[in-house]
Design a protein around this ligand. Structure first.
Ligand SMILES: Nc1ncnc2c1ncn2[C@@H]1O[C@H](COP(=O)(O)OP(=O)(O)O)[C@@H](O)[C@H]1O
Ligand SMILES: O=C(O)C1=C[C@@H](OP(=O)(O)O)[C@@H](O)[C@H](O)C1
Ligand SMILES: [Mg+2]
Length: 174
């Protein structure tokens, strides 16, 4: 199977970290839609949001999704990729969609340790645990309805990657 693999889930669930591991394991290309946007525009997420608002960023991330999606590619999406129906449908029809599921408290603790604020400007203006609770409340149904597979992301990254390979029956015989 060579169609793209899309990783979805909230900020901090490990899409970028696990995506790189998966790409290595499979010999696939790796793309992260936020990194792609930064490369082509020379702007961070925070720069884009400051200049164009979240609406401008969301428009650009749809373009990034479509630009990086190709066979034998792992695509780490941004946490809000599922908000637009066009993105949900594109991922579902083009490839395999994996939701990396984690609780608000686990996400908040990872994000407090590694905020990367130029990539993750606040979504709600609230403290991080409250923000992640609210974001999951708004988006969980979208992650669920878009995913072909749901993986517990509250385990070490190598195990998360191995479970994805199992779910897709992509583990290579050694
Ligand atoms: N499975 C995991 N277990 C523990 N820490 C993780 C895990 N996955 C990611 N992290 C850490 O959480 C932070 C956010 O990870 P990242 O891959 O950037 O998430 P995302 O792309 O989903 O926002 C990083 O500091 C990363 O090292
Ligand atoms: O959840 C979100 O709306 C966002 C998540 C971020 O990506 P990560 O999920 O990789 O942190 C980034 O795309 C942007 O800050 C918006
Ligand atoms: Mg990421």
């Amino acid at each position: 199977m060579s169609s793209p693999i899309f990783l979805i889930g909230a900020r901090g669930c490990g899409k970028t970290t696990v995506g790189e591991l998966l790409a290595q394991a499979l010999g696939y290309d790796f793309h992260d839609t936020d990194h792609y946007l930064q490369q082509v525009s020379g702007q961070t997420v925070a720069d884009i949001v400051a200049a164009e608002g979240w609406e401008g960023f969301r428009h650009r991330e749809t373009q990034a999704l479509m630009a990086v999606s190709a066979p034998e590619t792992i695509v780490a999406t941004g946490g809000g990729m599922v908000l637009a129906e066009i993105n949900r449908r594109f991922m579902q029809e083009r490839g395999s969609v994996i939701w990396l599921q984690a609780s608000a408290s686990v996400l908040a603790s990872r994000l407090s340790a590694y905020p990367q604020s130029s990539q993750r400007p606040t979504l709600t203006g609230r403290p991080i645990t409250e923000e992640m609770t609210e974001v999951l409340h708004q988006r969980e149904a979208l992650y669920q309805q878009t995913a072909h597979h749901i993986i517990n992301a509250m385990q070490p990254p190598e195990q998360v990657a191995a479970q994805i390979l199992d779910a897709l029956s992509l583990a290579r015989a050694s």
